[in-house]
Design a protein. Structure first.
Length: 131
């Protein structure tokens, strides 16, 4: 989900990803087969980023690897944010960063390479007339 503050800044999380052997910056995210997508998004935003949102906007779903796996990802934008305590799992080493102007530099410089995050940011920019 894309968590946007009133001043336009967004929240990224940084976490070590064993699949790529490196710490990666990404948007808060999570999956649940037991919960509806919005309910899972709300829970993950609070657990990972320590935020609750007053407003949720659904941007629909994508199939990021449709030729490889049957996995659909739902994109949400969260606004009207309030801080809460994070609830990271004991094995998770997650840091949360609030960014504004650095985001474009991170994308252009290849520092933000998470495909799901890039797809959501592009979708939001196009919707808001910035794409």
């Amino acid at each position: 989900m894309l968590a946007i503050e009133d001043d336009g800044s967004i929240h990224l999380v940084r976490q070590y990803r064993p699949t790529v052997g490196a710490a990666m910056s990404r948007l808060p995210a999570g999956a649940s087969r037991k919960r509806p997508p919005l309910e899972a998004a709300r829970r993950e935003l609070e657990e990972e980023a320590g935020l609750v949102a007053r407003e949720w906007i659904s941007l629909g779903a994508i199939w990021p690897l449709d030729g490889v796996v049957r996995h659909r990802i739902h994109h949400f934008v969260a606004r009207g944010l309030s801080p809460r305590a994070t609830a990271h799992e004991t094995f998770e080493d997650i840091t949360v960063h609030r960014l504004r102007d650095e985001l474009r530099r991170m994308i252009a410089g290849g520092e933000l390479v998470d495909g799901v995050a890039l797809a959501l940011l592009a979708r939001w920019a196009a919707r808001e007339g910035e794409g």
